[in-house]
Each structure stands twice: as structure tokens, then as C-alpha cells.
Design a protein around this ligand. Structure first.
Ligand code: AMP
Length: 219
């Protein structure tokens, strides 16, 4: 069996990580593992975990390392993650990055893709983002589905995430700079960081990521 393709996707909130991970998951047949999506699903399903984390998510703060590391460890045990995964929203700080090295082994993360966007663009994208509560489709505030509040794909309710409101956005971007941006050096020093310009069309971003993966013969 070939070496599992575990890829870490870093970037500010609003950089396009979710969109790119969905596309790359199809291209490389590996699951898109988003800790944010997993936590939001728990909140929606009103599980004990969901009750524990709901107010933290709404405020745009981070849940504990212990909790999120356990969540990722459990996810990796599922058969579909045996060939690798796209990690979106994890690791978020150095402690989580170290824990990931322990989970996957020193060379387990094959590449870290840094989706680079200016803070103004990230803020603008987050404040105009709307999402279908049912199927997760992302819209812009000016899209017909956002204006009508009814998802064109599934008929679900289109809403603004509580953490996409201005105060939570500011807090999330500050947390990114303080806790997550240091991971760029962590992966750079291991020789596995590639920075891609996120201020392009989704197709152009995907193409840049594919050539970075191809150039290193990873897949
Ligand atoms: P995201 O969709 O990645 O922006 O995550 C949404 C929210 O989930 C974050 O604001 C945190 O409250 C929580 N979360 C997601 N991933 C992590 C993580 N790796 N560590 C701590 N909290 C997280």
C-alpha cells in the first residue's frame, strides 16, 4: 500500500480552506476532516459534546486541545482515513501540531498547504458568508439563496454562522495570528510548507495546490 496522504491545510478563516479541501478530497480520494464541521455537527445534533462546546463556538473561541485531539484521533481510526486525510482547522496551535506528530509519526504529515490571503479579504469573505444549516452549502449574502433564506440545493434554511458576526470574526482572526500562524514556521522548518495565493479563483487555487503536490511526487 502507498504511503498515506495526510495533508494539513492552514490559512486564516475565510482563506478558502473548506472549499479547497472539498475539491482535493475528490481529486485524491481522501476524506476532508474539518474539526469545525465535526464540532458544529455535534452542536446541531445536541450530543453531550455539542452541549459542552456550543457557547465556545458561538463566541469564536477555541475548544480545549484535549477535546479536539481526541476527536481527530477517533476520526483517524475510521477505515476511510487509512489512506490519508485533508486536515482543515486542525492543528490550530503548536500543542496540537505536536500531538499530530505523535498520532501520525514524525513524517506522517506529507505537506502543509498555506492558503495565503490578506486580512481584509478574509474579513470581507467571512462577513458576507451564509451557509445552509442542512447541507452546509456556502453562499454569499448577495446570492438568491441567501436573500430568500432557502437553499437552492436542498431547500434547507440559509443562515449566517454566529461566529461570522463582526466581534467573533475579529476574535477568530486575532487567535489565528497568535496561535496558528506560528505553525507556518513549524512546518517550514520540516521542509514541508508550501504557500499558495488564496486570492485567486477557486480553480486557480486548486491548480496551484495540485502542482505543489505533483512536484513533490506525493500522490
Ligand atoms: P472552523 O470552522 O475551523 O473555523 O472552526 C469553528 C470553531 O470550532 C472554532 O472557532 C473553534 O471554536 C472550534 N474549533 C475547530 N477546530 C478547532 C481546533 N483545532 N482547536 C480548537 N477549537 C477548534
Amino acid at each position: 500500500m502507498s504511503t498515506p496522504l495526510y495533508l494539513v491545510v492552514l490559512g486564516k478563516q475565510g482563506a478558502g480552506k473548506g472549499t479547497q479541501c472539498d475539491r482535493l478530497a475528490v481529486l485524491y480520494s481522501i476524506p476532508h476532516v474539518s474539526t469545525g464541521d465535526m464540532l458544529r455537527a455535534a452542536v446541531k445534533a445536541e450530543t453531550p459534546l455539542g452541549h459542552e462546546v456550543a457557547s465556545i463556538l458561538n463566541a469564536g473561541a477555541l475548544v480545549s486541545d484535549e477535546l479536539v485531539i481526541r476527536l481527530v484521533e477517533e476520526r483517524f481510526a475510521a477505515p476511510d482515513a487509512a489512506g490519508g486525510a485533508l486536515l482543515d482547522g486542525f492543528p490550530r496551535n503548536l500543542a496540537q501540531a505536536e500531538a499530530l506528530q505523535v498520532l501520525l509519526g514524525e513524517n506522517g504529515v506529507r505537506l502543509c498547504i498555506n492558503l495565503d490571503v490578506p486580512i481584509e479579504l478574509a474579513t470581507a469573505r467571512l462577513s458576507s458568508r451564509r451557509v445552509c444549516e442542512n447541507c452546509g452549502t456556502i453562499y454569499r449574502d448577495t446570492d438568491p439563496s441567501a436573500l430568500s433564506g432557502v437553499c437552492a440545493k436542498c431547500g434547507g434554511h440559509v443562515v449566517q454562522r454566529a461566529d461570522d458576526r463582526p466581534e467573533a470574526i475579529r476574535r477568530r482572526l486575532e487567535t489565528y495570528e497568535r496561535d496558528t500562524a506560528p505553525l507556518l514556521d513549524f512546518y517550514r522548518s520540516r521542509g514541508i510548507l508550501v504557500t499558495v495565493n488564496g486570492d485567486q479563483t477557486p480553480d486557480a487555487v486548486t491548480a496551484d495546490i495540485e502542482s505543489a503536490i505533483g512536484a513533490r511526487d506525493l500522490a
